[in-house]
Write a new protein. Sequence first.
Length: 354
Amino acid sequence: MNVEDELSLVHQAIKLAEQGHGTAEPNPLVGCIITDRNGVVIGEGFHENFGEEHAEINALNQAGKSAKGGTAYVTLEPCNHQGKTPPCTEALIGSEISRVVIGTKDPHNIASGGIDTLLNAGITVDVLDDALCKELLAPFARKIQTGLPWVTCKWAQTKNGSLETPIGDSPWISSKESQQLVHEERGCIDAIVVGVGTVIADNPSLTARGSTAFRTPIRIVIDPNLRSPKEANIFNSEAPTIIACKKGQDTSSFSHCKIVELPSNNGVLELAPLFQHLVSEFDTTHVMVEGGATLFTHIFEQKLANELWIFVAPTVSNTEPIINMNTICKQLDTDCIHKDICGVDTVLRYKINL
């Protein structure tokens, strides 16, 4: 099998791994494909649920005895420790597989070491150091290396960079199809963050609706001076809520939710301690920031965003936006990693180079 074919198999394993988004976390997303000694695919698997079998085990179970003498293509270095499940290296060695092709090494100091274990067992190992495998692993890697979650800033805008619809139009900028896509993603992530201005203006529920919710994201409101209305939807019983405010505020009237007090600089909350708290207390991997424009600006200035998810409607606002999101995006160092059409909207994903 040539290099292109082998890389194609690893990339197919990435597609498998992505099916675990929402159920595998806080573990990394991992996919595995196994071929027999003739290069025929005989097993496929991904890490489906946290605490259950890893990708390699699911693929080996499907391959059975035909794995002997074959090759495993896995997006991430097989784990080498006893956690909630036994080491995947142990299973690979036991299958008498002859070769393992790895997309990228494991950055976790406890789970790593699988490459050496496989080599010591006489198995040939090739590490591709593949960019797409690293992209798949990025949220997990950021969490364990920095103590911070993967932060995606999501918004819908008009073509000319406004977060508000033209006067007289529907308050929704994006199409129904785009709105549904967002609800699906909400059901796969750990937390949703908005500013108090969004709570006052829109009274959002910040829940996943009309789709399968694999997770119930924590609702977080950045509210320095505790202006959130007590009757706001974010205080209903559908999901837990955290209010992040300045240190020293009178929080006695907010006993119905959790309060996180943060340091501030020139009146702007320092948000890194909040995100670190989410990781340490809730093992959070994915956070989605949904606005508004002022909060996005603070997130960018504090260099806490990792990704942009932008829904661009075909409409043009008839008023000049106070904060033009097109201008803000141009000021960031980004790489476009995905472009698609959803309904009538153009959907863009950018990786931010920190």
